[in-house]
Design a protein around this ligand. Structure first.
Ligand code: GLA
Length: 388
């Protein structure tokens, strides 16, 4: 936990609002170990929450005004009213995550009043580590706690996703919000995105989680993401199934000659990736490092060749790290793609060698600078202070 940020949040909150926060919550970002672009196909994913998080401080007001302020954006602040139409704000884009949560809670009939709210966080932005999901989950948990809404962690994740889909306008799946709301320390979270059943999977103690930012900020993400979603719907339509979750790999492969090539490749990725997630759960449970290595490699290859969401710097990083880790762990791109990070599961005593390998070769091969984060799998969103 970033205690310095929490202290800063308390101090700045008191200065800005002339009162102490009555509730502070922490909601983590996430990294996905395997199961990419499967969540919106009702499939399986296996993320874990990270030690990077959004922190939200809040207190009730006597009126219907919502005052919000973001320490990470030069203490920018703005105000909206919960008894008037909540509008999308082009000037303070970060505030739309909060506006969206209020909108969804009000629509769903929850009784709220005005609040003063302040945000801070240390989830790297534009890295594909779900800084926005952390923020949405944090705001929802803070309001649930403050107004005694008794939302379960599943409710919180669903409300957060709805705000992102309907208000912010990004058609993301459920993985990020679920991982932020429900993860357990030292575990990954297997999520069945159809039934929403989430099961914790213990991570092998001999492996470190490394998240390496390629130095490529994720750009043009929404349009490419929504395009992939459409292609998956077309594939499901071709097979006359509700979603790609309902197919086996054999069923997809038999149609290779008859189908449009691009739609075939998209379906092949999603269906094979679902199988890899379930195999990965078994590999983690039995600490089968060779299998972990092969599954993560196959996932990356599939995202590169069939789903076409990697970029060259991500491929370079994956190859460089694989050269060091070999069959002692795994490495693949993580998140939506088109930049952002790779994730590696790496024996503790190889972490230094991975760092040296990246330092020695990455900039030379890509012209970019990578940032390595050594992470741990953390607990999902939690209330740090409730004083009311
Ligand atoms: C983004 C979305 C998730 C998921 C991943 C790809 O992170 O927010 O819902 O679809 O991309 O696996």
């Amino acid at each position: 936990m970033n205690t310095a940020l929490v202290e800063q949040l308390k101090t700045e909150f008191s200065l800005a609002y002339d009162t102490k926060p009555s509730c502070i919550v922490k909601a983590p970002g996430r990294v996905n170990l395997i199961g990419e672009h499967t969540d919106y196909n009702d499939g399986f994913v296996l993320p874990c929450a990270l030690d990077f998080a959004a922190y939200v401080a809040v207190t009730k007001r006597d009126d219907q005004e919502v005052h919000v302020s973001a320490l990470d954006y030069n203490k920018e602040s703005c105000v909206f009213h919960i008894n008037q139409e909540i509008k999308f704000d082009l000037d303070y884009m970060w505030s739309n995550y909060i506006r969206g949560i209020f909108q969804v809670l009000i629509e769903q009939g929850y009784r709220l009043s005005g609040v003063s709210l302040m945000l801070v966080g240390d989830v790297p932005q534009g890295a594909g580590l779900s800084s926005s999901a952390a923020l949405e989950v944090g705001v929802t948990l803070a309001l649930s706690s403050l107004f005694n809404l008794e939302l379960s962690s599943t409710d919180i994740a669903l409300i957060a996703q709805k705000a992102e889909n309907d208000f912010v306008g990004c058609q993301c799946g459920i993985m990020d919000q679920f991982a932020s709301a429900k993860s357990e320390r030292q575990h990954a979270l297997l999520i069945d995105c159809r039934t929403l059943l989430a099961t914790s999977v213990k991570l092998p103690q001999e492996l470190s989680i490394l998240v390496i930012h390629s130095g490529v900020q994720r750009g043009l993400v929404d349009s490419a993401y929504n395009q992939r979603r459409k292609e998956c719907e077309q594939a499901a339509e071709y097979f006359a199934v509700p979603t790609l979750r309902d197919l086996t790999l054999d069923e997809v492969l038999t149609q290779q000659e008859q189908m449009d090539e691009l739609i075939f490749k998209r379906a092949k990725h999603v269906v094979s990736e679902n199988e890899r997630v379930l195999s990965m759960v078994r590999a983690l449970q039995t600490s089968d490092l060779k299998q972990i290595s092969q599954l993560m490699r196959a996932s990356h290859y599939s995202l590169d060749q069939d789903y076409e969401v990697t970029v060259e710097p991500l491929n370079i990083l994956v190859d460089l790290i694989h050269d060091i880790i070999g069959e002692q762990g795994g490495v693949r791109m993580t998140g939506g793609g088109f930049g952002g990070c790779v994730v590696a599961l790496c024996p503790h005593d190889m972490v230094d060698a991975v760092n040296v390998q990246i330092k020695t070769h990455y900039t030379q091969q890509s012209g970019l600078k990578a940032t390595v984060y050594r992470c741990s799998a953390e607990q999902g969103a939690q209330v740090l202070l409730a004083d009311f």
